[in-house]
Design a protein. Structure first.
Length: 306
């Protein structure tokens, strides 16, 4: 059944922005707690426990509110084992995802790597009650990063160069990286490199980057749209064999909502490039702005708020 907007189209004013800031700042609320029984017709927008993903979720939430929909935010839910069941059950209606990693979660044996093929296969892999809308040019892909010092010392600029390094290679990343196709198994299969693995559960955040810098790990999995890569003397290793899948941002939505909200979220995806995503992330990491404030400024600049 379609959700009908509950109020006229209005631009977000100061009161609405304050409400958004309050909602995104409520860390004590369980994001998977049952919805308010009185919230019938409300669109529930979720996000991973990752600041960049929350910013994109807030972009979706604000354009939906601006179009007159009631929106409930359930941010910082966690990783796929937590939020995919919530999407499948209908507890969450809209979620920003990354095409390649979602496809590998649903179809571990996939061999697709380019953006169009990954998206096409993802359409078929999703449950019937979930729909991927148009994907953005923006990618926030897994990438392996080393220090500039290590790169210069051993002549490493590509994953293929690791096979000639005469010291042990230690890889760090989220615990699930241990079993991902581009984790230790993928490095051995694609590049003939045996590695040790260290679990660091902060999604390529400060702990991972510090471990790279201080030599605790040789290389770490840091998302490619992280603005710190450019300022941390890190070298992102090329992937000539295409081990990593395309990771385009894509809204995953409940099938009963898809036709109603497609144009709104497609407009966001159309404007969202990797450079724009890096800029959004930088406003969080450097300026310490909330996801709500970052989203409002960007949507306004892009002409996506009425």
């Amino acid at each position: 059944m379609s959700r009908i907007p509950n109020r006229p189209r209005l631009a977000l004013g100061a009161a609405a922005l304050a409400a958004a800031l309050t909602l995104t700042g409520c860390g004590a609320t369980d994001p998977l707690a049952p919805a308010d029984p009185g919230a019938t017709g409300t669109i529930v927008v979720g996000s991973q426990a990752y600041y960049s993903n929350e910013i994109v979720a807030e972009l979706y939430a604000q354009v939906l509110e601006d179009a007159g929909y009631d929106v409930e935010r359930r941010y910082q839910i966690g990783q796929r084992d937590a939020y995919i069941p919530a999407l499948e059950s209908g507890e969450v209606d809209v979620f920003p995802e990354y095409t390649g990693n979602l496809l590998q979660f649903l179809e571990p044996g996939t061999t697709s790597t380019d953006a169009a093929s990954v998206y096409s296969e993802l359409i078929d892999a999703l449950p019937d009650n979930l729909v991927p809308l148009a994907y953005a040019a923006a990618q926030d892909a897994d990438s392996y990063n080393i220090t500039l010092e290590f790169s210069n010392q051993y002549g490493v600029t590509s994953l293929a160069d690791l096979a000639g390094v005469p010291v042990p290679i230690i890889v760090g990343g989220n615990p699930e990286l241990a079993e991902r196709p581009y984790g230790p198994k993928g490095l051995l299969e694609y590049y003939g490199v045996e590695v040790e693995f260290v679990a660091i559960g902060d999604s390529g955040g400060p702990l991972t980057k510090q471990a790279i810098s201080d030599g605790t790990i040789t290389m770490g999995d840091v998302y490619s749209a992280d603005p710190d890569i450019a300022t941390s003397d890190f070298v992102t290793l090329d992937d000539p064999e295409g081990m990593f899948l395309a990771q385009n941002l894509v809204p995953i939505v409940s099938a009963d909502l898809a036709d109603d909200i497609r144009a709104l979220l497609d407009a966001v995806s159309e404007k969202l490039t990797t450079d724009e995503l890096v800029s959004l992330n930088l406003r969080s990491t450097s300026e310490q702005l909330s996801s709500a404030a970052i989203a409002t400024a960007w949507l306004t600049a892009m002409g996506l708020l009425g």
